[in-house]
Design a binder for this molecule. Sequence first.
Ligand code: E4P
Length: 217
Amino acid sequence: MKLFLDTADVAVIKDMLPTGMVDGVTTNPSLIAKSGRNIAEVIAEICALVEGPISAEAVATDFETMVKEGDKLAAIAPNVVVKLPLTWDGLRATRTFADKGIRTNVTLCFSTAQALLAAKAGATFVSPFVGRLDDHGANGIELLEDIRVLYDVHGFETQILAASLRHPGHVSAAAIAGADAATLPADTFKALVKHPLTDKGLDAFLADWGKTGQSIL
Ligand code: E4P
């Protein structure tokens, strides 16, 4: 499963890149607003830093303007993926971009019916929002499982990009459910490596090693 960073903060991306685990980046209008930067500038900078897919979201709600915005975003760099909302206009724009070979990420997916439409529209990625669905009293991981079955049964190639992940448990459950990729904020990304028994074990090993007086180098 690919791991994407869910941020428009270049400093955060630079901090995480040396891990070798950042396969791409997703942004949304809220994250761009939080960065306080011009969308074209920040997306160009992120695309130059990270080779993998970088999602940049159109903000228009009508088909014609969405396509104009998507064209402009896609022209920033070859690794831009145009992010579009799961609406009829967004799906129509998804088909337009698919037909001209531009990759898309259909976002704000909350049901299997919506995921079916995204795949039929030719989306490269579909983003089911796990955490927001859990907040709503539903089960976001079950949605991922159901979409996996749906796509496998019908042979759809759209990749499932688990989004709105709030903690490491969400990430591992998304992987087990068969998500192709997961996007997570830096805090959750960093928390993936943590386990109290790892810390405790390392402390004990180092304490015992200190008693030997040896040095490996
Ligand atoms: C990514 O594509 C989504 O915009 C993001 O994961 C949403 O996360 P949130 O529900 O924590 O805002």
